[in-house]
Design a protein around this ligand. Structure first.
Ligand code: DX5
Ligand code: ZN
Length: 224
């Protein structure tokens, strides 16, 4: 599968977002990963709808919007309206918490508005919690850190989960992208790729580094 890179702007200089996005685009990024946090679902507050709307005006890279919020049912449509191309929602979010019908309703709503959808699992959430959504998702996102902050260490013990999701996807939706988020660098991206992941979020590994293009090319080369 093609390996793709989705730099997380959480690690960028927020006072210069347009320039930072231009840098990662010129360096070969495939997506812009936007971490939305509400201070409830995770203990941090970051980016909201108006910022996504502004980003949409300054880049043609697809916006990969990761909602770490209590109420994805309420806010996912607002992010699609603002220009999100892919919206991923946590299966653990309180408003939909592990309820298959409620979760599918949010995913179907995102799709009906013309965007792609995906579900996300925190480190302690098992692989099978995403199985009921593999058929309608573009992407499943497996967290390799506890969500909330950039710059944490990659959790190697998430690999069996990635493998289990890839095996299930091979039966149901072979085109499914499996995205990894948290503590990614070249070495562990390789490990994730071997286990079936193909989209890599990276924040601190990329932003502010002199050789961003080489680093992105390194991750792209996993699929060659
Ligand atoms: C964590 C976020 C990640 C994070 C990645 O809650 O979802 O996207 O910013 O940053 P690094 O690559 O620094 O772990
Ligand atoms: Zn993220």
């Amino acid at each position: 599968m093609n390996s793709l890179v989705s730099p997380s702007i959480l690690a960028s200089d927020f006072s210069r977002l347009a320039e930072e996005i231009n840098v990662i685009k010129n360096a070969g990024a495939d997506y812009v990963h936007v971490d939305v946090m509400d201070g409830h679902f995770v203990p941090n507050i970051t980016i909201g709808v108006p910022v996504v709307a502004s980003l949409k005006k300054v880049t043609d890279l697809p916006l990969d919007v990761h909602l770490m919020i209590d109420a994805p049912d309420v806010y996912a449509p607002k992010f699609v309206d603002a220009g999100a191309d892919i919206v991923t929602i946590h299966v653990e979010s309180p408003n939909i918490a592990f309820d298959v019908d409620k979760t599918r309703a949010v995913l179907e709503n995102i799709r009906s508005m013309g965007a792609e959808c995906g579900v996300v699992v925190k480190p302690k959430t098992p692989a099978d919690s995403v199985f009921p959504f593999i058929d309608i998702c573009k992407m499943i996102l497996v967290m390799t850190v506890e969500p909330g902050f950039g710059g944490q260490s990659f959790m190697h013990d998430m690999m069996p989960k990635v493998k289990a999701i890839r095996e299930k996807a091979n039966e149901i939706n072979p085109e499914l992208d499996i995205e990894i988020d948290g503590g990614i660098n070249q070495e562990n991206a390789e490990l994730c790729y071997q286990n079936g992941a193909n989209v890599f979020v990276a924040g601190t590994y990329l932003f502010g580094k002199k050789n961003i293009a080489e680093r992105i090319a390194g991750i792209h080369s996993l699929s060659i």
